[in-house]
Design a protein around this ligand. Structure first.
Ligand SMILES: [Zn+2]
Length: 470
């Protein structure tokens, strides 16, 4: 007969072994994400883009009555694509068309600008939303010209084809969070479609965790002479658009200028690319967009949501915003022959993998705080989030672009503090010398993007401003 003490020890040991079986560190890779990546089809992207180009022009003020030419026909065709995808998944998509009558500097006559949006509702957390966007409208040299042929193959037929193909593949599975596929209009006239969709998200109280905007993602040969089908640029802003002066002062002192949620979203995408998409790396650009230029992600940033922009690594400006013409043997215009479909498939796969990975992971920690000044230890604390079975604490040198170090912590190892907060102290890691973040981890091992502490890093839209004692 074992003594009582031994018996208790055996019981404790088996309980410990069971807990270890349930809560394990996240795996390096997820087979479900490989499946999504594999299912993206270059030939379907090509067929979609050919159809978009065949509408002649998709300029925002172009005609809407014809069935084969202009923005109206193009919009109706996109809607039919979403309807067909929905039929194939048991009517899993809800299709909405938020619109607004716009007049502005580039829209002199009041014009209805309409987005075509497909929604795959999340199973357990439908208000948590991941949005993929691209713009349907096209243009020539004169942005006001609504009749000339404007094929807009790369800008931004490539992005629209990617949105439709990602919707097709992602509807083969279901997710805890909601996926939104937005085909915007009015981008070239003043980013109107992005504003309409961001306003729709705010009105619906969506908690948008990420807007992945795709604009010019299909070509591999730049005007600079570089041909590169192995990289994609991800533009992310450094600090939030809606930061107050007080928040900016705090951030200037304690850090966070390179850790907005958009930037940490870019880091998240950068780790997925080489793992799930063969021969693709992310070139992170620490900018909101290309120099002096913009895209529909800006509307999401201005609304307080995390957002990034995907763009091919080397643009050819002879193919953008140009009348179709040949001058001195050089051909100008955004025609389909410049689009490389295997490359477009890779960028589309990265979008789809990112959406699924975000939707399957829990939201990043809520109200994340950090402390530890004048001690040898760094303490992180936060409010628990739905679906998190464990957390991953991360840190990096202050000059490093990507998270370098991590400590996986199951719930059982976390300290429970007042007001239901969870906390963990990293022993002998000094707060002064690194930047810190925390990711949430689902029971099946999906890891959220890392969140940097305080307002500067929070993924929540307009959280209460951090109170700071000066
Ligand atoms: Zn564009």
């Amino acid at each position: 007969m074992p003594s009582k003490t031994v018996l208790i020890a055996i019981l404790l040991f088996s309980a410990g072994a069971m807990a270890a079986a349930v809560a394990a560190p996240p795996p390096i890779e997820h087979p479900a994400l490989h499946t999504i990546s594999r299912e993206i089809s270059a030939s379907r992207l090509q067929a979609t883009l050919q159809q978009l180009v065949d509408f002649g022009t998709r300029q925002t003020m172009s005609e809407t009555q014809s069935d084969h030419r202009g923005i109206g026909a193009a919009r109706r065709w996109v809607k039919v694509q979403f309807q067909d995808i929905s039929k194939a998944c048991g009517n899993c998509l809800e299709i909405v068309t938020p619109s607004k009558i716009i007049s502005g500097e580039r829209i002199p006559k009041p014009t209805k600008v309409m987005d075509i949006v497909a929604i795959l509702r999340g199973r357990s957390d439908p208000q948590r939303v991941i949005v993929m966007t691209a713009h349907l409208d096209s243009r020539v040299s004169n942005v006001m010209n609504a009749t000339a042929n404007a094929p807009g193959a790369d800008d931004d037929g490539s992005g629209v084809a990617a949105v439709i193909e990602a919707a097709r593949v992602l509807t083969h599975q279901r997710y805890p969070a909601t996926l939104v596929f937005g085909v915007d209009s009015g981008e070239e006239q003043g980013l109107y479609g992005g504003k309409i969709l961001a306003a729709y998200a705010v009105a619906k109280h969506w908690q948008v965790e990420a807007n992945l905007n795709n604009d010019i993602i299909g070509a591999i040969a730049g005007e600079n002479g570089v041909i590169d089908n192995t990289r994609v640029r991800v533009f992310s802003q450094g600090t939030k658009s809606n930061e107050t002066l007080r928040q900016a002062r705090y951030r200037n002192y304690t850090g966070g200028e390179v850790d907005s949620p958009s930037r940490n979203l870019a880091r998240f995408i950068a780790t997925l690319a080489p793992r799930y998409v063969t021969n693709l790396q992310v070139q992170m650009i620490y900018r909101t967009d290309r120099y002096g230029r913009g895209g529909d992600q800006v509307a999401f940033l201005n609304a307080g949501y995390p957002a990034i922009r995907f763009t091919e690594p080397n643009e050819n400006y002879r193919h953008q915003h140009q009348n179709l013409r040949t001058v001195n043997g050089i051909r100008y215009g955004d025609t389909i022959n410049h689009v490389n479909f295997p490359y477009l498939a890779k960028v589309t796969a990265l979008n789809a993998v990112t959406m699924a990975a975000l939707a399957r992971a829990p939201v990043p920690p809520a109200e994340l705080r950090i402390s530890g000044a004048v001690t040898p230890n760094t303490t992180l604390s936060w409010q628990p989030v739905a679906g998190a079975a464990s957390y991953l604490l991360r840190w990096r040198d202050t000059t490093a672009p990507q998270w370098q170090y991590s400590r996986w912590v199951p719930l059982s190892a976390l300290r429970h503090e007042a007001h239901g907060r969870l906390a963990y102290s990293l022993q002998n890691i000094v707060i002064d010398n690194d930047f810190f973040g925390v990711s949430s981890v689902s029971a099946d091992g999906y890891v959220s993007p890392a969140e940097f502490p305080g307002f500067a890093g929070s993924f929540r839209r307009s959280p209460p401003a951090t109170s700071v004692k000066h």
